[in-house]
Ligand binder design. Structure first.
Ligand code: URA
Length: 231
């Protein structure tokens, strides 16, 4: 792989900074200073030093994105901007989103290249909890809350598993579900005669959206977050 890509993937800097550091002579490969960003390096066999410290290639990477509205949860799309386009600075071509959020949904989306973790988090067998701040058209009645918490019929998909509701205000609830059916939250609210006006994912499993991230921004997951997700 290119030396600049190797460097930004390993020391978590932008592609531009990696190119600058390489040009300025901060990087050596097998004991020889290399100033060409396009130099071909093997992540398995070459020994790379950055500022005289050895760097090792990271096989798996994990990010949290605060997904903005209007961006699709796909790796490529003919017409729309994708969530992966938002991470193009990372210079990786193996990233994908863990599950999907609708185009108009905002909030937490985990992006990785770790297929096993993605499978673990999205498999229906693992019941990973996802919490959504949900803006609704009308206040929920106690009966609506009970029905949503117990399970409602979604055409073609059967009855939803038990969910949790925290009422924030008349027109905002936090809904926690452990499944990931197509348009699930919107269809659940429709099943009790209501309508979702806005939807933002706040958490997935143990990972909570970092509210310091503006919409469209992302950061690496911390070691603790990665470990808790794998638990
Ligand atoms: N449920 C929905 O209806 N949409 C989403 O994006 C996520 C959950």
């Amino acid at each position: 792989m290119r030396l600049d890509k190797f460097l930004c993937d390993t020391v978590n800097i932008s592609r531009k900074d990696a190119k600058d550091f390489i040009k300025k002579g901060f990087v050596s490969v097998n004991g020889i200073k290399v100033t060409d960003s396009g130099f071909n390096v093997s992540e398995h066999t070459d020994s790379v030093l950055f500022k005289d410290n050895p760097v090792h290639y990271e096989k798996f990477v994990y990010y949290m994105l605060n997904k903005p509205s209007g961006v699709v949860s796909a790796t490529t799309d003919a017409t729309d901007v994708t969530v992966i386009d938002l991470l193009k600075q990372e210079g990786r071509n193996d990233l994908f989103p863990v599950g999907r959020l609708d185009k108009d949904t905002t909030g937490l989306l985990i992006i990785t290249n770790d297929g096993d973790l993605s499978h673990h988090l999205t498999s229906p067998r693992h019941h990973v909890a996802k919490t959504y701040l949900t803006g609704i058209e009308h206040p929920l009645s106690p009966e609506d809350i009970k029905a949503l918490e117990t399970g409602v019929e979604l055409n073609g998909d059967g009855i939803t598993k038990p969910a949790q509701i925290k009422v924030i205000s008349d027109l905002f609830i936090e809904l926690t579900i452990t499944e990931g059916m197509y348009h699930q939250v919107k269809r659940m609210l429709a099943a009790v005669g209501n309508k979702v006006i806005s939807l933002k994912r706040l958490s997935m499993g143990s990972v909570i959206l970092d509210e310091s991230l503006p919409e469209g921004a992302y950061r690496r997951l911390t070691e603790a977050e990665i470990l808790s997700l794998k638990d």
